[in-house]
Design a protein around this ligand. Structure first.
Ligand code: DGI
Ligand code: FE
Ligand code: FE
Length: 381
């Protein structure tokens, strides 16, 4: 009998691991493969690292094959997980059986620096497979799994997808996907909102929203606003943008806002008002400053707060934006929010005027306020 050993953090285990494990078992005719999640010392624990019990449980769900056994050997042992010690334990437990150790190809290069690497080589056959399609590998004393067709996914990438509100199931299978969601693993305080945005927005608008949130957070840090608040407002500022117009209108009316004549004629402005109403009524947001930042992100207005300005400007300079002048916009925003506001307002107002569209009075008031404050320059001549 030959026994395979596959260690890793499995945070979380994914379909790439599963495919690799199957190829490993097939290639060496392994009757048994021990999957051994590593112990992680408490000081390394982070919100991004599922605890040992959960990693074990996820492994048991995913590696559901009669040949595979998930073992808590290293987790139960605790302390630093030395592979050589695990091999010695297994050698004693399974005398006379050939041991095959599967390691990640990324580990191969540094293998010689592993604790007692020569003893590891004596105790087992070291095996490795490519992780990226079409890559070749320097075996460095290991037996390579030939013709292995990897699934190009990593635990890091899965965690990032989950954090951004994506469902993990396509990468980790239904059971582990449901587990991650149920336990709220790898989520941060905004994951639920990103998930909501995924339902409400198309791909373009979703990316824009993520980018505006990032920009808003950075500007908040620069100008002394609460970065979390700015991130949240930026994330949700366009939440209603892709909804059909009659739905936008219904949300506005349900929120108790009455459309004025300037707004009724201009459906492009509705998403900002509907956004405010949605935050207030559906998400129970009570922070008036956040609500105003969403409400006035399209037109601006006179007397804007710092947060309102940050959201207004972020919408123009987020990473997804490409237009002539975006570099200038970014430069201006790094110097003064008002200069950036003025640049944005001038840009939009002249675009609107060129195509003979109405300009909302709030935009005019916002523009005038900044110009009359001179924006630090003398305009009296
Ligand atoms: O939602 P975004 O595309 O990210 O950006 P936005 O909320 O600034 O919306 C931009 C649209 O709104 C664009 O089509 C121009 C229009 N807009 C902006 N300010 C005014 C305006 N339309 C009118 N009529 N009046 C304005 O003052
Ligand atoms: Fe918008
Ligand atoms: Fe926007």
């Amino acid at each position: 009998m030959a026994i395979g050993i596959f260690g890793g953090t499995f945070n979380p285990p994914h379909l790439g691991h599963l495919r690799l494990l199957r190829a490993f078992a097939d290639r060496f005719s392994l009757s048994r493969v021990l999957v051994i999640p590593t112990f992680v010392p408490p000081h390394k624990l982070s919100p991004d690292l599922a605890d040992a019990g959960m990693r074990l449980e996820m492994c048991r769900m995913l590696f559901d094959d009669h040949r595979f056994t998930v073992s808590d050997l290293e987790i139960a042992r605790g302390g630093k997980s030395y592979t050589v010690e695990t091999l010695e334990t297994l050698r004693a437990q399974y005398p006379g059986e050939a041991l095959y150790l599967l390691i990640g190809s990324d580990m191969l290069e540094s293998f010689d620096t592993w604790y007692r690497a020569d003893d590891i080589r004596r105790l087992c056959t070291v095996c490795a497979a490519v992780r990226e399609k079409g890559k070749t590998l320097d075996p460095n004393g290991a037996v390579l799994l030939e013709n292995f067709d990897p699934i190009e996914i990593s635990s890091t990438a899965v965690r990032e997808k989950v954090r951004l509100g994506e469902d993990a199931a396509p990468y980790v299978g239904e059971a582990v996907g449901a587990f991650i969601r149920g336990k709220g693993l790898y989520a941060d305080a905004y994951t639920q909102y990103r998930r909501l945005l995924r339902e409400k927005l198309g791909a373009y608008r979703l990316r824009h929203s993520f980018c505006v949130a990032d920009s808003a957070k950075a500007l908040a840090q620069q100008y002394g606003e609460d970065p979390q608040k700015a991130y949240f407002a930026g994330l949700l500022h366009d939440v209603m943008k892709d909804a059909p117009r009659d739905e936008q209108k219904a949300v506005i009316e349900r929120g108790g806002t009455v459309l004025g004549a300037d707004e009724r004629a201009n459906p492009k402005l509705w998403h900002a008002m509907a956004g405010e109403a949605f935050l207030r009524t559906e998400l129970s947001v009570a922070d008036e400053d956040v609500l105003h930042a969403v409400r006035y992100h399209t037109t601006g207005r006179a007397g804007m707060s710092l947060l309102e300005k940050i959201i207004y400007v972020s919408d123009y300079l987020s990473e997804d934006r490409v237009y002539d002048g975006v570099d200038r916009m970014r430069r201006l925003a790094s110097e003064s929010l008002e200069s950036a506001m003025l640049f944005g307002l001038s840009f939009t107002i002249s675009e609107l005027a060129k195509s003979e569209q109405p300009i909302h009075p709030d935009s005019v008031a916002c523009y005038n306020e900044i110009v009359l404050n001179n924006n630090g320059k003398d305009r009296s001549i």
